[in-house]
Design a protein around this ligand. Structure first.
Ligand SMILES: *Cc1c(COP(=O)(O)O)cnc(C)c1O
Length: 387
């Protein structure tokens, strides 16, 4: 591995061929009629939104989803032409801008849609493409009951509205106890009946995120919204069972190596003292890069072995205990594998008491991003990834 990011020995790599493999692997488990909506919010879970969008579409994804209007507009500016669903309600005054960019919007209340109608340009060609969001148990956003639905129906019947989708989101897709998920799914079936009764035609019903789609193929319906699994950011069990690989790896190099003797301290607040004579390496990454202080004690790979972080993580640098002396410049892998050893985002997420994707989205723009593709001869450095 010779490439590094500009002027800095810490860089992330995204293998776009793995993104394509993951799309194909997930698609092969879904009914052919189910749309694959690639979720590329939060800059593609920290992997680079436009690059992931292009790779996912190339591999057969049918459309994209993001959280915010700002994210959708950035993808359009970067030349992404696929359909984009915005999963959080936008400000009503931005509706005409969204229509201009052919964006699909989430309707989570009747009031929002009634107010938004004032911003739909009057020309007969202007259509507001919406996905109606139902809250079947997550308690976040969406229509919760029949009376709210009844209030929404007259607005949905307007000629300028196209109901591209009706959807919900599960609260417990990854839990072993499936009762709550089954209740949510049953509510969604009732909702389908309300919609039929009202005579509203809906292009697609979609309710499953990554884990729901993988665990319960019968819930795939007309579309699935796949985020975490697209990036291979799932637990090891899922990764194995569904042949998913993590696309992101993170690397650095030792910038300083020293021998310390028993009793000497390392780092702020003298938080670590050597219990014997030890080799200590310094790695140029810190909490300003998203390598949070809660990762203290986690391990990195140096020379194919695990090296634990010792002392507190600083803003820009962190120290690790080495199994032996290594030269300055030795490759350090913070996420990814060296030989038989591998550090995954799931392993590190345990320190964060969170999910693997919290780590990938936390990586700061200060870390350069390098794109690899085994189908291309050259690596393409894309310093614009996080603009
Ligand atoms: C983020 C998000 C998804 C993707 O979830 P994953 O678990 O990452 O697959 C799907 N649907 C909604 C509404 C989301 O906000």
């Amino acid at each position: 591995m010779s490439a590094t990011s500009a002027y800095r020995d810490t860089w992330a790599e995204v293998d776009l061929s793995i993104i394509r493999d993951n799309v194909k692997s997930i698609k092969s488990r879904l009914p052919a009629s189910t749309d694959f909506i690639a979720v590329v919010k939060a800059d593609g879970y920290g992997h680079g939104g436009a690059q992931i969008a292009a790779s996912a579409i190339h591999a057969g994804a049918d459309g994209l989803a993001v959280a915010y209007l700002s994210e959708a507009l950035q993808l359009r500016r970067q030349g992404v032409t696929a359909s984009i669903l915005i999963m959080t309600p936008i400000r009503v005054q931005d509706v005409s801008l969204a229509i201009k960019h052919r964006l699909e919007l989430t309707v989570a209340s009747a009031e929002w849609l009634c107010e938004a109608m004032a911003y739909v340009p009057k020309s007969s060609k202007s259509k507001l493409r919406v996905h109606v969001k139902f809250d079947t148990g997550l308690g976040r956003i969406g229509i919760r009951d029949k009376s709210e639905w009844d209030a929404l129906v007259p607005c949905l019947q307007r000629k300028s509205i196209i109901v591209e989708g009706v959807y919900t989101h599960f609260a417990t897709a990854g839990r072993s106890d499936v009762r709550f998920l089954r209740e949510q799914a049953a509510k969604f079936e009732d909702i389908k009946a309300w919609i039929k009764e009202a005579g509203i035609s809906v292009r697609r019903y979609h309710c499953a995120n990554s884990v729901a789609a993988l665990r319960f193929p019968e819930l795939a319906m007309d579309g699935v919204r796949i985020g975490a699994a697209l990036y291979g950011l799932v637990g090891d069990d899922y990764a194995k069972a569904y042949e998913l690989k993590p696309a992101l790896s993170l690397h650095s190099r030792l910038i300083h190596v020293k021998r310390i003797v028993k009793g000497q301290s390392v780092g702020y607040d003298v938080a670590y003292r050597a219990e014997e004579d030890e080799w200590i390496g310094t790695v140029p990454i810190g909490y300003a890069d998203g390598w949070s202080q809660v990762l203290q004690g986690s391990e990195m790979l140096v020379g194919g072995s695990r090296a634990p972080i010792v002392g507190k993580i600083g803003m820009d640098q962190v120290m690790v205990r080495l199994s032996r002396q290594y030269p300055v410049g030795t490759l350090v892998t913070l996420i990814g594998s060296q030989g038989a050893e591998e550090v995954t985002c799931s392993e590190l997420a345990a320190y964060l008491k969170s999910v693997p994707q919290e780590l990938s989205v936390s990586l700061a723009s200060r870390i350069g991003m390098l794109y690899k593709d085994r189908d291309l001869y050259e690596k393409i450095e894309h310093s614009m990834a996080r603009v």
